[in-house]
Ligand binder design. Structure first.
Ligand code: SF4
Length: 241
């Protein structure tokens, strides 16, 4: 029996996957995104300890709210760092016919491939499509995200693409063009405006927040970028027919 390290549980969330969902935020992340709003999840072996059964017992009372297309999303942190625990957790959820989703920056190994057999949806967060800029923004390589994306496409696993738009970092038309190719096979794609709600946590943890002078993007810019992305995705879809 594996043990899971859980940061917190959001009982009824509406933004991390379809329908009404319980979102389990897991401890541990090796990335260091400059805009991270959950830096308190970075440490691995802390938070509240649960067995898979204890976690199911804790959230099963929300099942009536999931109705048709809701369910459970694991987020973080990087939930895939606890893939073996999640396999046990998802096995129990599937016995209850509960829809399972993983919110991840993307990584792949044998345990994760096994977990994906019990996963209904992956919310793949693409931070930046340029490997050098990705490293500057997150401290990590883009390659694991690319590998996971390819694996999802090759194995017909449902996925959404999400990208946080940070003005001055990943909001140029060429960047949006590059993002389009990851969205072509996705069931859905979303651009999420950068926000500063996590700044307080960085301060409390004694960390230096390097984006303090960056303002969130305007609604107009977000609309414009979404339009550009839709056009690019449609062009790619037409050429691949
Ligand atoms: S991947 Fe998510 S949890 Fe990890 S640093 Fe980036 S935003 Fe934060």
């Amino acid at each position: 029996m594996k043990i899971g390290y859980i940061h917190s549980i959001e009982s009824l969330g509406t933004v991390d996957g379809p329908g009404i969902r319980t979102v389990v935020f897991m401890q541990g992340c090796d990335l260091r995104c400059r805009y991270c709003h959950n830096p308190d999840t970075w440490q691995r072996s802390c938070g509240t300890v649960y067995s898979a059964q204890e976690l199911v017992d804790k959230i099963i009372k929300f099942k009536p709210y999931f109705i048709k297309n809701g369910g459970v999303t694991v987020s973080g942190g990087e939930p895939l760092l606890q893939a073996e625990f999640l396999y046990e957790f998802f096995e129990l959820l599937k016995k209850q016919s509960i829809h399972t989703a993983i919110d991840t920056a993307g990584m792949l190994n044998d345990n994760i491939k096994k977990l994906l057999t019990l996963t209904d949806l992956v919310l793949l967060d693409i931070k930046h499509t340029d490997p050098i800029e990705h490293k500057k923004l997150t401290g990590a390589d883009f390659e694991p995200t690319q590998r996971m994306h390819q694996y999802l496409v090759d194995n017909n696993i449902d996925f959404w693409i999400r990208q946080v738009i940070v003005p001055g970092i990943n909001n140029t038309p060429s960047q949006i063009q590059a993002l389009a190719k990851y969205c072509v096979n996705a069931q859905k794609y979303e651009l999420i405006p950068y926000h500063t709600l996590g700044v307080k946590k960085w301060r409390e943890l004694g960390l230096l927040y390097s984006l303090k002078d960056v303002a969130p993007p305007s609604k107009e810019l977000m609309k414009e970028l979404k339009k550009t992305l839709d056009n690019e995705v449609n062009k790619l879809k037409k050429t691949s027919r």
